[in-house]
Design a protein around this ligand. Structure first.
Ligand code: NI
Length: 180
């Protein structure tokens, strides 16, 4: 296990299309996943994509904790356990879109308001070769779309329609609901 160095916006690895993983159960993928999980937890991130640790492969890890928004309760669609997703595919369900604040370990210190699909289905495999298929809403849908964007070389500021809402974290209290 190792904590990996995170690529920051401007590094070419963040702009390229990541490659499909031939064998999700290969030992080198298991090692990569283990290091990505350790790096994500160490950085206090909600998700991490392999290109962010300089590995251009279609691997993401994420979690969507229940306490992100109390109004959403414990519904499975809104929350996800710590998940490893290899070769993911996303299918949008319905036309509803929602705006939410995002941050990214590759864009440190900033937050941005990003509109994304509110309701998706996603598919992929974990590192034991099990097929994953889930419906996701809210923050869960957002984090999956954000991480999968990394696999196509897209960072969240490139999804923003109003760059006035790209702000420093230290100014977020002007925008975000207060957490008591
Ligand atoms: Ni990110």
């Amino acid at each position: 296990m190792a904590i990996l160095k995170i690529a920051r916006m401007g590094h070419p690895v963040l702009s390229q299309i990541a490659k499909t993983v031939d064998d999700p159960t290969a030992p080198e993928i298991r090692r990569l996943v283990s290091d990505m999980l350790e790096t994500m937890v160490d950085s206090d991130g909600a998700g991490l994509a392999a290109p962010q640790v300089h590995v251009p492969l279609r691997v993401v890890v994420f979690q969507a904790p229940a306490d992100r928004d109390d109004r959403l309760g414990e519904s499975a669609d809104y929350t996800a356990p710590l998940t490893v997703l290899i070769n993911p595919e996303i299918e949008v369900i319905g036309e509803t879109r929602e705006s939410g604040w995002e941050g990214c370990l590759s864009v440190p210190g900033l937050r941005g308001l990003v509109e994304r699909s509110a309701h998706i289905r996603y598919l992929g495999f974990d590192h034991e070769g099990h097929r994953i298929e889930r419906i996701a809403k809210g923050f869960h849908a957002r984090v999956v779309q954000h991480e999968c964007d990394h696999l196509d070389g897209v960072l969240y500021p490139q999804r923003m329609s109003d760059l006035k809402k790209l702000i420093f974290e230290s100014e977020a209290h002007h925008w975000l609901p207060r957490e008591d």
